[in-house]
Design a protein around this ligand. Sequence first.
Ligand code: PLP
Length: 387
Amino acid sequence: MVIHKNTDLKTIPTPYYLLDESAIVRNLKIIKQLCDDSGAKALLALKCFATWGVFDVMKPYLHGTTSSSLNEVRLGKEEFGGETHAYSVAYSPNEIDEVLVYADKIIFNSLNQLAAFKDKAAAKNIAVGLRLNPKISNSEFIIADPARPYSRLGEHDLIKIEAVLADITGVMIHNNCENDSFDAFSASLAAIEQKFGNIFYKLEWISLGGGIHFITANYPVDKLAKRLKDFSQKYGVQVYLEPGEASIHQAASLVTTVLDTLYNGKPLVVVDASIEAHMLDLLVYRETAPLVAINNVPCKHTQSETENSTIVYGKSCLAGDIFGEYALAEPVKIGDTLAFGNAAGYTMVKKNWFNGVDMPSIVIKRLDGSIEVQQTFSYSDYKASLS
Ligand SMILES: Cc1ncc(COP(=O)(O)O)c(C=O)c1O
């Protein structure tokens, strides 16, 4: 729903997420080139980004969506179209029939789930896959490591997997997390081939998941394309990629206003948003929000702890609700606007109503440069989320 068209950014009340369609398209052009050169198909991972108000500009570059729940698979079918893959760590018997209304492929996380629901999928001619866990990964964070010890994400036992090959046409393996090293990706794929290669020859499709950070500067996209093409030809499979972060990297900022300033050993600033409520992923991963603009003037401040550096706090009561600490040339004042970058992936999908802090509006800078207020939230949204 578009609330206001052609708005002047300066008149929009903060906080708001500002999403830039041109930045999205910059990423998607790289993805499309990779697909054209490799024969792979790319599906937007909705768990990372599901702001469907920009799906129209994304559709020409991607083949569809992949999901992690009934709600996501439905959104993908309704608002994106193309191929619609369904995956969930565990489907409940109550939801599976509806999932199969929207999905054209369904990937089960375990042999139990496969056994429970494969006949329902087969009855509707929906392709069935299984998630494999290669027990190796390229993830710096244990919390995001699908191959962590005792992981529940996918099956690893070759003998058990071979026993169900007649029930599946493909597999999904996701074992990268913001991995910007082609060599590391290629080496782990080689190790996966060592383990599961014999199975791969018997499949029609293999999804290699997300987390390959090929939109980063100087990534050898041509080498990745060749690696994927060779892989696909060797096993005779259609390769899928599930880019989330790569699709929308650096395409959004969270724009806030300074409400207060204090001093407690260092200059402190309080803004009208909250890292816990509005950029939760950064808090989970203990990362600093990049400060990308002050009063609409672009800047590039990342974490910097000096004697006089400024700590920017959110307005929730969490003592550690900290966007970051920055070495600023000039002190910021009450009323200044601060914009934090990288606010699209795993950010907008995780926003919550902690402390009842105002939910940021969603503002879109369209390809033609016009500004649209796509969505605003109010007390009734807060109230409805609770009872
Ligand atoms: C199965 C699967 N596919 C795709 C993705 C998207 O990963 P990214 O956003 O890092 O590309 C994830 C992320 O957790 C995932 O678990």
